[in-house]
Design a protein around this ligand. Structure first.
Ligand code: ASP
Length: 407
């Protein structure tokens, strides 16, 4: 019997959990599998971004088409992130998990100050000084910028040059996808090892029950709000705006979603979501290569929601009542923080400084939520990826694509 990949991944997840829980001191025997898998995924990201975006844009062809799709995509990113934040804000005000909580500080977080300083210059840094350096350092937004620019101008070349570039880039894209498919075949092994390491760290760092007693209500608030966004809000958009069956799409995206959950990295998940989007959902390369790469760094609904809930929780724990105006600031800075956060594990925690500083909450407050951040990161990253995947379908429909696999 041949098991489908997402079942294998699911089993890998459970085995990894049991391994990390019962044999925490032995995880080093399998940790290498997770490292190999993550390295292989990261290896694919730069060529995938370059080739998919340039070929996608050349396929769109005309600048008006690109502009129209660009505006729709950005509108989708911003509105779903705001919906997510408002859901989080509503629940955190209802449940009030921080009020009267008996909290102690874990540790201070490195890199907090850096995030506040560099946020302003993030926009300027989109333009790389040196293309090769941007690729070497894996600066996603800069690579996206170079690719969009190259794609745009490639369409303006003389026919004979344009064809060379289009064929060459398309060939590069096909090649990258072949390598991606090969790496995807190992997902269950990678997932098993990554989960085992995360669980063993949590087990070794302190008693889970103790953590849950102190931060349980906070975790429940975050997870419940994420669930509402993922299982109600986004499916409603799929059903009524994209007119596809949400369950089918969810099923088609199961491999990237499970991978996002275990790796807690949208960037590392990108190759898998692109593959699933084209092969399982049947969305065109034109839309996939435009919506998903940008979404993986810009559109983070889960992170946006998390920033808001965490900031409100910290305020409640310090006994600070935030006014409505301050809460509005929290909403908008959470959006900014989620746009600025990189698609790597715990990036959202570092970006908390943006939100906390904006409303004058103490930066050390982050120490309160540190202990459970990696666990919540798994949930919010899955929502980040799910929102990108729903976005691709919404945009594909607005471009009048037929999606028989999802109907
Ligand atoms: N880990 C998240 C992601 O890659 C970002 C975050 O920390 O919220 O999407």
């Amino acid at each position: 019997m041949k098991l489908e990949l997402h079942w294998k991944i699911f089993i890998g997840l459970i085995v990894g959990f049991l391994f990390g829980f019962f044999l925490p001191e032995h995880v080093s025997y399998i940790a290498w599998m997770g490292d190999l898998f993550l390295k292989a995924l990261k290896m694919i990201i730069v060529p995938l971004l370059l080739t998919s975006i340039i070929s996608g844009i050349m396929n769109i062809g005309n600048p008006e088409g690109l502009g129209r799709m660009g505006i729709r995509t950005i509108t989708y990113y911003i509105s779903t992130s705001l919906l997510a934040i408002v859901t989080g804000l509503f629940l955190v005000n209802m449940i009030r998990p921080g009020v009267g909580a008996d909290l102690k500080f874990s540790q201070t977080v490195e890199g907090l100050a850096v995030a506040t300083e560099s946020f302003g210059s993030t926009l300027i840094n989109i333009i790389p000084e040196n293309i090769v350096r941007a690729m070497v350092n894996g600066e996603m937004i800069s690579i996206i910028f170079i690719s969009i620019l190259s794609g745009l101008f490639a369409t303006k070349l003389d026919e004979k040059y344009k064809n060379v570039i289009q064929n060459g880039i398309q060939a590069g894209f096909e090649l990258t996808m072949k390598v991606t498919q090969w790496v995807i075949g190992f997902t269950h092994w990678g997932v098993m090892a990554i989960i085992a390491v995360v669980v063993s760290k949590t087990v070794q760092e302190g008693s889970i029950t103790d953590l849950f007693q102190r931060l349980g209500l906070y975790m429940i608030t975050v997870i419940a709000a994420l669930a509402i966004h993922a299982f109600i809000t986004l499916p409603l958009l799929l059903k009524f705006i994209a007119r596809v069956r949400p369950i089918r799409h969810f099923h088609a995206m199961s491999t990237p979603l499970l991978t996002a959950f275990s790796t807690a990295s949208s960037s590392a998940t990108l190759p898998l979501s692109m593959e699933a989007m084209e092969h399982n959902a049947g969305v065109s390369n034109k839309v996939t290569s435009f919506v998903l790469p940008m979404g993986s760094t810009i559109n983070m609904d889960g992170t946006a929601l998390y920033e808001c809930v965490a900031a409100m929780f910290i305020a409640q724990a310090y006994g600070i009542e935030l006014t409505i105006a301050q809460q509005v600031i929290v909403v908008f800075t959470s959006l900014l923080a989620s746009i600025g956060a990189a698609g790597i594990p715990m990036a959202g925690l570092v970006m908390m400084s943006v939100v906390l500083t904006a409303v004058g909450l103490p930066l050390e407050g982050v120490g309160l939520i540190l202990a459970v951040d990696r666990i919540l990161d798994m949930f919010r990253t899955s929502v980040n990826v799910w929102s990108d995947c729903c976005g691709a379908v919404v945009i594909a429909r607005s471009e009048k694509e037929k999606l028989p696999k999802l109907e």
